[in-house]
Design a protein around this ligand. Sequence first.
Ligand SMILES: Nc1nc2c(ncn2[C@@H]2O[C@H](COP(=O)(O)OP(=O)(O)OP(=O)(O)O)[C@@H](O)[C@H]2O)c(=O)[nH]1
Ligand SMILES: [Mg+2]
Length: 208
Amino acid sequence: MKSGFVSLLGRPNAGKSTLLNRLVGTKIAVVADKPQTTRETIQGVAHFPDAQVVFLDSPGIHEPRNKLNRRMMREVKNALEARDLLLLLVDATVPFGRGDERAVELVRSARTPALLALNKIDRLVRKDALLPLIDKYRTMHDFEEYFPISALTGKGVEELVPALIRRLPEGPQYFPPDYITDQPLRHLAAELVREKVIQETREARLAG
Ligand SMILES: Nc1nc2c(ncn2[C@@H]2O[C@H](COP(=O)(O)OP(=O)(O)OP(=O)(O)O)[C@@H](O)[C@H]2O)c(=O)[nH]1
Ligand SMILES: [Mg+2]
């Protein structure tokens, strides 16, 4: 039995919560086409015949400019501590920038083995753009492995999961098989309402 803790890290909107929902097979995290959707770390447990993986979905890595943002970045910093593995998620459809650099620096500072997932490949028109992007990341940090994925469609996730499990230590089953998240049911319901509000207000803005 392998078990351990994997932190999902990345810039706002990279697709961390979408991937968390897919990995645990249930919708537990709010997803929205808007940065800074996730405000607190959410724990989601994925159960496999020979492994149990506790994923931590944290707020997006960003430059904190106000109190809420500072609190969110504290959550990110906590997500770097005492983890077995880090998974840095990047949006492969947007050009590499200063924000991506900051995200890699944060991962480097943790000294924990990290894998890189290049997300949203379903939207990538030119697949050959992936190789230079991977090379770019390779020059910045010694990532364990690189995975092109789509958290939305699930493409590539089947290859990613065993690579994560392989790197986890032997360990106990931390949670019973039916345990999926630390989010109480009431909170989940409130979060789904928040998701709806984010979506509706966006549509209202677009319509108006
Ligand atoms: N096309 C495509 N869209 C994706 C993919 N993964 C996520 N998205 C979309 O990207 C947007 C952001 O997704 P989230 O999962 O909320 O991103 P996040 O990294 O959790 O964002 P924060 O919580 O703000 O840090 C949503 O509109 C998702 O539907 C993907 O693989 N392909
Ligand atoms: Mg999120």
